[in-house]
Ligand binder design. Structure first.
Ligand SMILES: C[S@@+](CC[C@H](N)C(=O)[O-])C[C@H]1O[C@@H](n2cnc3c(N)ncnc32)[C@H](O)[C@@H]1O
Length: 271
């Protein structure tokens, strides 16, 4: 029994080590994605959807779990919130640290190297918790550190959207997903547990979270058939940017297209 438990722990720590190395390697270039049209649109839509759910009290304590280079931590800190940014990758956290220093908000941000599956925070430590990295299995742990009556936001891999976008490269896995024979999606060697909109709702409600909204994000831009040169461009027409983001914000709430999105962002309140 001890040997078996030990083996699982060893596999888990090997997996974490592999992920840490991968993200350390990506760290210096991670933010570049958000300087291009495609990334800037995604960031804008993410932020517009998040804004309306943030705590009214600017003294609130927020956890940005698996927060990487602080893409979301930075604007939160600029708004005055006290943010704890945690991540397993020291490389990503170093980029974040330097950004917070440059922007003069280091005093608002606590940076912590830690694993979202085993957070080092006490129960009900935060007034708002977000984890935007598709870590479905970490839901329980993230809910644990959210105060009762406060909100949690999780980014999840959407089962049907993922199956549709993966079909051309791996039809067997895509079919297994839509037939519910598998729940897993592989992305750049990482394994993610995918959920449908209904499964996401059930998962959180089972853990005592009242689901407020589930938005469709990411992958929706592909549906608009915007030419690749525009998507990858570092400068763009502002009117077009506004039209695209307005379109995506409207689609993100539209039940009839939610299944097509590669990712979902769930907002709920811990009861
Ligand atoms: C795609 S980035 C997302 C960063 C940020 N949430 C954002 O939206 O810009 C994924 C991040 O998750 C982190 N990560 C992966 N597995 C993790 C784990 N088990 N615990 C904490 N962070 C993890 C990676 O190091 C990386 O910084």
């Amino acid at each position: 029994m001890t040997g078996y438990g030990g083996k699982i722990l060893e596999d888990r720590s090997r997996e974490i080590e592999r992920k840490r190395r991968k993200w350390d390697e990506h760290a210096e270039r991670y933010d570049e994605w958000y300087e291009r049209f495609h990334g800037a649109v995604e960031h804008y839509v993410d932020w517009e959807l998040l804004k309306v759910h943030l705590p009214k009290d600017r003294n609130a304590k927020i956890l940005d779990a698996a927060g990487g280079t602080g893409r979301i931590t930075l604007p939160l800190a600029k708004m005055g919130y006290s943010v704890t940014l945690c991540d397993i990758s020291p490389g990503m956290l170093n980029v974040a640290k330097e950004k917070m220093r440059r922007e003069g908000v280091s005093d608002k941000v606590e940076i912590s190297e830690c694993n979202v599956y085993k957070l080092r925070f006490a129960d009900e430590s935060f007034d708002f918790v977000l984890c935007w990295d598709g870590k479905t299995e970490a839901a329980k742990e993230l809910i644990r550190v959210t105060k009762k009556g406060e909100k949690i936001s999780m980014f999840l891999i959407n089962k049907y959207g993922a199956a549709i976008s993966k079909f051309h490269e791996d039809p067997d896995s895509a079919l297994a997903l839509v037939k519910s024979k598998s729940s897993y999606v592989y992305n750049e060697e990482e394994k993610y547990k995918a959920v449908s909109v209904e499964e996401a709702r059930e998962l959180f409600e089972k853990e005592g979270v009242k689901v407020i909204e589930i938005y469709a994000v990411c992958g929706m831009l592909d549906l608009l058939s915007i030419p690749k040169e525009i998507q990858e461009s570092r400068s763009w027409d502002e009117k077009f940017f506004k039209q695209v983001t307005e379109m995506l914000l409207r689609l993100s709430k539209e039940p009839s297209v939610k299944g097509l999105s590669r990712h979902l962002v769930l907002y709920g309140e811990r009861t």
